[in-house]
Design a binder for this molecule. Structure first.
Ligand SMILES: C[S@@+](CC[C@H](N)C(=O)[O-])C[C@H]1O[C@@H](n2cnc3c(N)ncnc32)[C@H](O)[C@@H]1O
Length: 213
């Protein structure tokens, strides 16, 4: 099922969502640099050296920039934002990737899927599986109790300044594993742990892998 409409591209990522000015985006990028380094390090742990990576929902492209610094070849794809640091970019949507089968070692979703309605997740992951040669990598905000879910929803809205249209389509790690299996991938929970996002906000995050059989 293609996910093309602007309504589905509902994520308004960060302060930059309503302040598209390049200067402001650069400030946001600078503030998010250490986060991007950390995320890229996590992806680097599971990707083969020099992997080709499709970064779906790349936002301002900081994670892609850091991954390039680690020797990976990254194409960013986002319906809304261009990568601030440059690099090859496709305007597009996760549900219908204009790319050949098995054309990237890794298809990466870095805190993207819970910004899309849950009913689209399976179609999006099937499309990712088509394009991936080795792995689909998910970084997600997860939860282990109703309290953690509420807390995550609150901080996620706050960090993204997205209070009205955020679908909050979070899943527990087991839910992501089931979904990857349904998409035809070999699911594996690489880790799940409590973190302090931006050094302040208590969250639970997981790195979930779907291996192409
Ligand atoms: C919270 S931001 C994450 C940005 C980046 N991955 C990061 O972690 O810094 C979510 C991103 O998902 C993108 N997005 C929303 N719907 C999408 C869709 N259907 N296909 C691809 N990207 C989408 C948004 O434009 C936004 O850039």
């Amino acid at each position: 099922m293609p996910v093309r409409s602007r309504r589905i591209d509902a994520s308004r990522c960060g302060v930059a969502s309503f302040l598209y000015h390049p200067w402001f985006c650069r400030v946001v990028c600078r503030l998010g640099r250490s986060r991007a380094r950390q995320l890229a390090g996590w992806v680097d742990e599971v990707a083969v050296h020099g992997a080709t990576v499709l970064d779906v929902g790349s936002g301002l492209g900081q994670v892609a920039h850091e991954l390039r610094g680690r020797g990976h070849r990254v194409l960013t794809l986002d319906p809304r934002y261009p990568p601030i640091e440059g690099g090859p970019h496709l305007w597009g949507s996760a549900g219908s990737l204009p790319l050949a089968d098995a054309s990237f070692d890794v298809v990466l979703f870095c805190f993207v899927l819970h910004h899309m309605p849950a009913g689209y997740h399976l179609a999006v992951l099937r499309e990712a599986r088509r394009v991936a040669r080795r792995q689909v990598v998910l970084l997600e905000d997860t939860f282990a109790s109703n309290y953690e879910l509420r807390r995550t929803m609150f901080f996620d809205s706050l960090l993204n300044l997205e209070f009205a249209r955020h679908p909050h389509a979070n899943r527990a790690s087991g839910g992501w594993l089931d979904l990857l299996r349904d998409a035809g991938l070999g699911p594996h929970l690489h880790w799940e742990r409590k973190v302090t996002a931006f050094g302040v906000f208590p969250m639970r995050q997981a790195l979930v892998l779907g291996t192409v059989p």
